[in-house]
Design a protein around this ligand. Sequence first.
Ligand code: SF4
Length: 403
Amino acid sequence: MNSTVQWPDTQLDIADLVSGGWRPIPFREFVLKVHQRCNLSCEYCYVYAMADQSWRNRPVVMPPLVWRAAAERIAEHARTHELGAVRVILHGGEPLLAGRERLLDIVAGLRAALPTECRLRVGLQTNAVLLDEATLTDLCGNGIEIGVSLDGTEDGNERRRRPDGRSSYAAVQAGLRLLGDPRYRDAFAGLLCVVNPATDPVACYEALLQYAPPSVDFLLPHANWSRPPVRPRGGGATPYGDWLATVFDRWYDAARQGTHVRLFEEIINLVLGGSSRSEQVGLSPVAVVVIESDGAIEQVDSLRSTYEGATRTGYTVLADPLDAALSHPGIVARQIGVEALSATCRACTVHRVCGGGHYAHRYRPGSGFRSPSVYCRDLYRIIAHVRRRVTDDLARLASGSMA
Ligand code: SF4
């Protein structure tokens, strides 16, 4: 652990929270790092291209001893907290590099371990390069939902994710077209796209739409106060917020919305007084835990973008129940809502919608995770834009002037 990190590691008083009535929320989503390597090399990847390099010292593929222990620990957690459903994400690196048989063995092991009254949903997050008919037949046949990472247009994609200078776009495109085939389409969970303000936002969105994804999520590239986001020259004060606002208008103003856009729907929901299910905005508790290929129980992967060891809890499925991690300061900090925000954020007019932004983006060396997001101005820009569009429409609806 970085000994200079103050909040939450040395400053969050968990005993005080508990005496005040706070209780942890059990984990409901479990990310299994089944393969540590990837067949692409994206410039923004938090696993390989940022501060934490612990992947180098872990098994490349999650061995049976570890995934069996992970399945037992998830089942134990489900029984302890009487969970009616859990979600497991097969993740990497690139999880398909682990091999189809291994992935299916893991899913079968999970199903066998979980109590019958607990429903299992399994997802797999892939770059789609290895999606072929045999793989899709197996994944779909086992009810595995497939999410794909894609950065929009061919140019946008290739600029940031070429392995050794070779293009991956044709392979990704072929995999995605196959996934859209009626035989497999029910397994298509959606697309993830990392925002690049140097690209044309509408062209990017429309490039994603050509695959008819059931949903799209836009992610801000991981950055923090020690490693600020790249801001294109001449891009103004809020290039990421501007980019998102342009896509929002294209999506919102369409006669028929082409897909669900998670970030936008979450902001609309929050603006209208609801709660969020996203890590990017809002104040809802995070109930996700990661199990590494060596069995380590860790905090969410995105923290690897901050400092070496940032995800560590010190627990392992080979020796500890998942409940042990529920009292780790880093996990607790994600479950206490407004209490985790900086004074600046608490005083901000949009803090219930913004939630201080993504937790990893708040990191500032020395003080830890209690600063506003390094994307503060961009977040304010997109939230204010969505709020204005929605409240204008509500006012027109109330006055009867909406067609
Ligand atoms: S807009 Fe900035 S100050 Fe306001 S809640 Fe978000 S990160 Fe904090």
